[in-house]
Design a protein around this ligand. Structure first.
Ligand SMILES: [Zn+2]
Length: 362
């Protein structure tokens, strides 16, 4: 069975936050907006109002833990909230999504960085108080609205946009691997032609416009390249991973995340290196792997384990591999059987290739 899931509505552009009230009015009178406490007042203040919608803004620094979900549900119920918005990075969006799901009210995702492809999906990552992942859960429905203000994203540190490019570039290769092996997508079905097309357009958009978008982000001014790449990072990659499926790149991410040395790295930075491993495992040509590695390096993404903070590769390998090849991990969505030896060899080859790209561009 083919299954695909989508946000009900997606709005992107400079000044999109000004449409907030008008966009939620069809389904909410009293939305509770969970806003990342680190956001400048100018960003939260840009949420547009309309008569009949009384938004309640709550600043939060909480991670998406079971305790924070429970406390926020109680707060939202007491306030009479009839929708929940999560405004900020991945953790606030996860928290908002979990709260909305627990209350069975519509969820609005307002990503203020384009650092990952999670906003359009129904995926919720729940953490413990120490910051370790407890579980990856799913909300029952995808967001009712995803509101993306590209002026806000252009003003955020460029490193976040680069991380989103890393996450987005993996999507095509992972969806392709699932399509070839017949592995299920994140919805438990097979990919639609639309999901695979989204993944392919995502890859082409990122490769064609990614470096120009990074320039626009460094200048703090959204132009056509940034508009294209934000759509790729958030919408196209979001459809592509959830309705297309994940494979080795995210499994390598999960392995890397086991190492405390990588804890300073963003999700998409670990996925970027995972994509090189994915290409090695998928037996892509040397030219293709070099082309992708050169692009990732130019975008400011890590192409070696050293850049992820890992000094001793041979000591780190067993930890990465053990986690990556767990029976439940996405790596087994690859078309050929994955063993510790195959995966360790692919990581070494990706790392060596990354090192050679670095020495060429240095
Ligand atoms: Zn990802």
């Amino acid at each position: 069975m083919k299954i695909a899931a989508f946000p009900a509505r997606y709005v992107q552009g400079p000044g999109a936050l000004g449409r907030f009230g008008a966009e939620v009015a069809p389904f909410a009178r009293r939305p509770l907006v969970l806003a990342d406490a680190g956001l400048p007042d100018g960003v939260t203040g840009a949420l547009g109002a309309v008569d009949g919608v009384a938004a309640l803004l709550v600043a939060t620094a909480a991670a998406c833990t079971d305790e924070a979900i429970e406390a926020t549900v109680a707060e939202a119920r007491a306030a009479g909230a009839d929708a929940i918005a999560g405004m900020g990075g991945g953790k606030v969006i996860d928290l908002g999504r979990a709260v909305a799901d627990a209350m069975d009210v519509p969820f609005v995702a307002i990503p203020t960085v384009a650092a990952s492809d999670a906003p359009c999906s129904a995926v919720v990552i729940v953490y413990d108080a120490a910051g370790a992942v407890v579980r990856a859960a799913r909300a029952r429905v995808n967001p009712r609205l995803v509101l993306v203000d590209t002026a806000v994203i252009a003003a955020a540190p460029p490193r976040f946009l680069a991380a989103g490019i890393g996450d987005a570039l993996a999507t095509y290769y992972e969806a392709e691997a699932c399509a070839r092996s017949g592995a299920p997508n994140k919805l438990g079905g097979q990919a639609t032609r639309l999901a695979l097309a989204a993944a392919a357009v995502c890859r082409d958009t990122v490769l064609d416009h990614g470096l120009a978008a990074m320039e626009e982000c460094r200048a703090g001014v959204p132009g056509e390249a940034l508009e294209a790449v934000v759509e790729a990072n958030i919408l196209l990659s979001g459809l592509g991973f959830e309705s297309g499926g994940l494979a080795a790149a995210h499994a390598i991410h999960n392995g890397l995340a086991e190492l405390h040395e990588t804890h300073g790295a963003l999700h998409g930075e670990k996925v970027a290196f995972g994509t090189l491993v994915e290409l090695v495992l998928g037996e892509a040509s040397e030219d293709e792997i070099r082309r992708i590695a050169t692009f990732l390096a130019a975008a400011g993404l890590p192409v070696t384990l050293a850049e992820l903070g890992i000094g001793d590769v041979e000591a780190a390998l067993p930890v990465i591999v053990e986690r990556a090849i767990r029976p439940t991990d996405n790596i087994h969505n690859e078309p050929r059987p994955m063993t510790a030896a195959i995966v360790a060899d692919a990581i070494r080859r990706a790392d060596a290739l990354g090192l050679s790209i670095q020495s060429m561009t240095a």
